[in-house]
Design a protein around this ligand. Structure first.
Ligand SMILES: C[S@@+](CC[C@H](N)C(=O)[O-])C[C@H]1O[C@@H](n2cnc3c(N)ncnc32)[C@H](O)[C@@H]1O
Length: 365
């Protein structure tokens, strides 16, 4: 396939220095082009560069993030590529056919790397090869240790433009290992799949938000935005057991984790990277520890887009509480979107904000 494909970041970023691929992706494609494979299983393809450049091969996209799937399909359309050649595949179910070739941009999370390897060995033929690309500055020896648990042969390519590949051959017959962890929190244990945010303890920023939650008096409907394992939704459920709860997260593994932690009748889980599944002017309360990274890159346009969507989904008296790292300085941005913004808590690391869609003198402050 020609190297002249146009691959954009989707949604667009306001930071023009961020690209939709790296030298690791280019190296992966040049190695793939040395093979005769007609189909390939692809992991962690941020904006679809790998899937697009793998054409006309059949691509099975085992993508955790809804945003990755959407970006891939949009970039296929931009380049008039056949979308029938892209088949979305769940990381949590087994495929019907065994593949000989896989390709992965190594994720930042080592646990997610392991979950991908475990998925690949279950769905690959016995002589299969998995090409894993990374920027050399992100290398750690743990990658090799994990890879050796799953493959007989683990080799590294030469580096090109500061990128390198792990070439993994001959999957081992590994015994089934649980990809779910338990995290103690208060008197409870939360469960989450490998690769879901903050895997050893409940994130400290999230804990600050929980300590500083100031919900409106009446909460009939609430959203945990970017819900991860659902820890914030669980707090809302404790305070308002009758309320209707919505959880939205871009990661399928996160959404499936939150389903393990929240039980009840009035709960809706959405695997999505925006709020299109939620009615406008319908939410009394929204809570979030919002994302601001795409892997190693900070991209502030991501949370700002979500904040604008929250404003539309709140009822007029609705309230949004979020926690953020202090250095992100969200206040001026939030003030452009919400009528009133107050700092409920701050220290040298974190800030908890309360944002009001409307504000009048009778409303709490
Ligand atoms: C900082 S974590 C917070 C997770 C959880 N609320 C907690 O406190 O542990 C941010 C979450 O945002 C999710 N995420 C990233 N981009 C998103 C988007 N566009 N829409 C919804 N969720 C997104 C990530 O998958 C991750 O689970």
């Amino acid at each position: 396939m020609s190297s002249e494909l146009i691959v954009n970041r989707v949604p667009e970023s306001t930071n023009n220095s961020l690209r939709a691929w790296s030298a690791a992706d280019e190296l992966l494609i040049s190695h793939l082009n040395e093979t005769k494979t007609e189909s390939v299983l692809i992991y962690n393809d941020a904006f679809g560069y790998l899937s697009a450049h793998a054409q006309p091969r059949k691509v099975f996209g085992a993508l955790d993030a809804k945003s990755q799937e959407k970006a891939t399909l949009e970039n296929f359309a931009t380049n008039s590529l056949d979308s029938e050649n892209f088949v979305s595949t769940s990381l949590l179910s087994e495929m019907t056919e065994k593949l000989e070739m896989g390709m992965m941009k190594i994720p930042k999370s080592l646990e997610l790397f392991e979950l991908f390897l475990s998925h690949f060995v279950k769905n690959a033929s016995k002589n299969a090869t998995l090409l894993c690309g990374f920027m050399t500055r992100n290398f750690t020896k743990h990658l090799l240790e994990i890879a050796e648990e799953y493959f007989e042969e683990v080799e590294q390519s030469l580096s090109k433009k500061k990128a390198r590949l792990l070439v993994l051959k001959n999957p081992k017959k590994v015994s089934v290992k649980s990809m779910i962890k338990s995290i103690p929190f208060g008197d409870e244990e939360l469960k989450q799949y490998f690769g879901v945010f903050s895997s050893n303890h409940i994130d400290y920023a999230t804990q600050f938000l929980i300590e500083n939650l100031e919900p409106p008096e009446v909460v009939n409907s609430a959203l945990d935005l970017a819900s991860g394992n659902g820890v914030l939704a669980k707090e809302i459920q404790k305070k308002f057991p009758e309320s209707e709860l919505f959880l939205v997260d871009d990661s399928q593994l996160a959404v499936e984790s939150s389903k393990l932690n929240l039980k009840g009748e009035n709960i809706s889980f959405f695997h999505n990277n925006n709020l299109e599944d939620i009615a406008s002017n319908s939410l009394d309360y929204v809570v979030s520890n919002p994302p601001f990274h795409v892997e190693y890159e900070i991209d502030i346009s991501l949370p700002l887009r979500l904040f604008r969507a929250v404003e539309k989904k709140l009822v007029n008296e609705g309230k949004f509480q979020l926690v953020a790292n202090s250095h992100l300085n969200y206040k001026p941005h939030l003030e452009k979107i919400f009528k009133r913004v107050s700092v409920v808590f701050d220290n040298d690391k974190f800030v908890v904000y309360s944002c009001y869609k409307r504000w009048d003198k009778n409303q709490e402050w």
